[in-house]
Design a protein around this ligand. Structure first.
Ligand code: 5RP
Length: 252
């Protein structure tokens, strides 16, 4: 992405390196172009999705969008959307949504995702699983070859009851992939992070490829004590990627 504003007629334009947050905003604004008046919208959570929520609020205030209903995927997005003036509802009243816009932690070449490093994976999966279209917005740092291969967390939401037992079972499930399961805690204390649903999160770290994602998903969900995991398989319909060379769009 080149800047034209700072260049003189004799010198070439100087390249501008955009911050990660600027790239997130570019992807978010592009996704909001898919929003039409009258839609029921899933509102994602995180530092990328917040730009989309803010933009939808702005377009509503300007009268460029009308009759939008938002279904937030977390308490924090609920607060942000309320403050932005977006009328809100829930899945009980709107079981089918037109479109959801949300960020992701990892995107593989088949548009499978890891989500939940912000801790909202359960509500995100419920809302985004009820949408006709799910537009994912990321900067290019989120692209991976294999889910779980970035060395970063694969989140699993579990019930607090005997969490060590469940964490141990999750770790054993992926022993061949060198899995280490860690309870998510606040950086400033050893207190467990508690989700909007009153649950804990165990982050799985893999040393090797976890192989068949569908098999991994099924195995995790079969464990009593597990509520949901952060693999979003076959859910994204469009992924918008903002990078230094511009915006690209991948469609399923
Ligand atoms: C929250 C999420 C977020 O969408 C994901 O963590 C990406 O966040 P960010 O846009 O801040 O990078 O899944 O549960």
């Amino acid at each position: 992405i080149l800047s034209s504003s700072s260049s003189s007629s004799s010198s070439p334009p100087s390249p501008v390196v955009l911050t990660q947050d600027e790239l997130k905003k570019i992807a978010a604004y592009k996704a909001v172009e898919y929003v039409e008046s009258g839609m029921v919208l899933g509102l994602g959570t995180g530092s990328t999705a917040k730009h989309a929520v803010a933009r939808i609020g702005e377009l509503l205030r300007q009268g460029k969008l009308k009759n939008i209903v938002g279904i937030p995927t977390s308490k924090i997005t609920h607060e942000q959307a309320l403050a932005a003036g977006i009328p809100l509802s829930d899945l009980d009243s709107h079981p089918v949504l037109d479109l959801a816009i949300d960020g992701a932690d990892e995107v593989d070449p088949f548009l499978n995702l890891v989500k939940g490093r912000g801790g909202s994976l359960l509500r995100e999966k419920m809302v985004e699983g009820a949408c006709k279209k799910f537009v994912v917005i990321v900067d290019e740092s989120k692209l991976v070859k294999h889910l779980g291969g970035s060395g970063l967390a694969m989140p699993v939401e579990i019930v607090p009851f005997c969490w060590k037992f469940t964490a141990q079972r999750l770790q054993s499930l992926f022993a061949d992939a060198g899995c280490v399961a860690k309870l998510r805690t606040f950086a400033e204390s050893d207190k467990p992070f508690v989700t909007d649903n009153g649950n804990f999160i165990v982050d799985l770290y893999f040393k090797k490829d976890i192989g068949d994602l569908k098999a991994a998903s099924d195995a995790i969900l079969q464990l009593a004590g597990v509520v949901e995991h952060g693999m979003f398989l076959d859910m994204a319909t469009t992924v918008i990627i903002a990078g230094e060379l511009g915006v690209t769009c991948r469609v399923r």
